[in-house]
Design a binder for this molecule. Structure first.
Ligand code: IMP
Length: 432
């Protein structure tokens, strides 16, 4: 049985999408296990840029099926729009190739309105959510009030449940937030329509995954966001509302740990973050512009879902070690190595120091309160060469090789692959 898991080790946007795309070439199924359309995966194939928020990017390969597991919160409108966009690009999206878990929860315009309203009242404590209704949908799930994809299979029952949900949302909007109510009828009409369109895709994905694994198929579990945004292990409360970490695979797909073959962490050669929250190695000014890019290229550091410029900084080895522990990483894929070309020197944070001068190699009480620490850096010499046409390890400049080895040493996990550009082919295998 072969299950590979790919998880982002930072705050998202590590370039997982294209690594997933690459690994999908050897996979029969790619399954998403957490989050919703807050995620954004940019994939570049033959000069075409795909932006996917929900559907696993592996579906671009004709032999790969995409599964949306029970751990997701799904906005049916976003899903259908994405399905249509893929069809327009001549990618087949049929019930044979795309499967939606009956137990995945649903996002409604009510959840989106609540996300905005709750965020607006947080004042200085704003999380900077993607306004996609993610938090409120997971809140309804945990408080046992959620709508599930299963509900779409019986239209009369679905309509009643949806109306009750929207009425409750409207009460909350007017009583707690003094906000105008949502018009219920058009939403119900829309959602009944999506129910009709999506019904044939709704199945027991956990059971199908088990059958596939038993039959020796290759399955890739694709995490959305990055593990530092995990609801349990992230920089709470500046997190998303799902289990992003590799452990989320089992509850989010309905399978056990037995088939796991590899847990691959995607790590950018520097660090980025969208939204609020601590970021010890953040840089500003010229260096930030240098790392972020100017936004004229799709792979520059601007949010795929919201278009916001990402905060950027140096690679944080303390957080990388933390990611190794929580996810049980077996391998790393180091992305965007090419972006560091031309820098005279490159910093990596190897420890934190508190106000009393005490240094820590791991944060003493998790990662919520990182603002109290100053990063302790080690400096690696840079390289001037452009890496974008390098395909062999031997052809990487010595200092770039040394940087990769330094990341392995600091993170305590081997790097299997480094990416040197946005195209599928722009990767270098790293020898053990
Ligand atoms: P939410 O998931 O929309 O509730 O947003 C919670 C936090 O997670 C915010 O800081 C978002 O910017 C961040 N976030 C959510 N999804 C992504 C992602 O795919 N990449 C990077 N950050 C994300």
């Amino acid at each position: 049985m072969s299950l590979k898991i790919i998880v982002g080790t930072q705050w998202g946007d590590e370039g997982k999408g294209r690594i997933v795309d690459l690994l999908s070439a050897q996979s029969d199924i790619v399954a998403r296990y957490n989050g919703g359309d807050n995620a954004g995966h940019t994939v570049n194939v033959a000069n075409h840029t795909f932006k996917l928020h929900l559907i696993p990017s592996g579906i671009i390969h004709p032999h790969t099926s995409g599964y949306l597991g029970n751990g997701l919160v799904i906005n049916p409108k976003s899903l259908w729009t994405e399905m249509e966009m893929l069809r327009d690009l001549n990618i087949q999206v049929s019930p044979e190739r795309l499967k939606i878990s009956f137990a995945a929860h649903m996002i409604t315009p009510g959840h989106i309105a609540l996300d905005r309203a709750r965020e607006a009242t947080r004042g200085k404590g704003q999380i900077g959510t993607t306004s996609r209704g993610i938090g409120p949908a997971y809140t309804d799930k945990v408080s046992r009030n959620g709508l599930r994809m299963l509900d779409m299979l019986d239209l009369q029952h679905f309509e009643e449940k949806l109306r009750r949900h929207l009425q409750k949302v409207n009460t909350e909007l007017s009583v707690n937030f003094q906000t105008a109510p949502l018009a219920v009828d058009p939403i119900v009409e829309d959602y009944l329509n999506y129910a009709r369109l999506l019904q044939e895709y709704i199945v027991d994905t956990g059971d199908l995954l088990d059958q596939a694994l038993q039959a020796g198929k290759q399955v890739l579990a694709e995490g959305a966001q990055g593990m530092l945004l995990d609801i349990d292990h992230g920089s709470y409360p500046f997190v998303t509302s799902s289990n992003v970490t590799a452990t989320g695979v089992f509850s989010g797909l309905g399978i056990g740990i037995q088939p796991v073959e590899k847990v691959i962490g995607a790590t950018k050669a520097f660090q980025s973050r969208v939204g609020a929250g601590p970021f010890p190695t953040e840089v500003e000014g010229e260096m930030a512009t240098r790392l972020r890019g100017t936004g004229d290229k799709p792979w520059d550091e601007f949010g795929t879902t919201t278009g916001r410029p990402r905060r950027v900084g140096w690679l944080d080895g303390v957080l990388l070690r933390y990611a190794r522990r929580i996810n049980g990483l077996t391998d790393l894929v180091l992305t965007k190595l090419d972006v560091l070309s031309g820098l005279p020197e490159i910093k990596i944070c190897t420890a934190y120091r508190d106000q009393n001068g005490v240094t820590y190699s791991t944060p003493p009480l998790g990662i919520s309160d990182l603002d109290q620490f100053t990063p302790v850096y080690e400096t690696a010499p840079g390289w001037q060469e452009d890496l974008t046409s390098v395909r062999q390890w031997e052809d990487l400049p010595e200092n770039a090789q040394a940087f990769v080895r330094f990341v392995e040493q600091i993170g305590g996990v081997r790097v299997m692959l480094a990416s040197v550009g946005p195209e599928r082919s722009q990767v270098v295998s790293v020898p053990a």
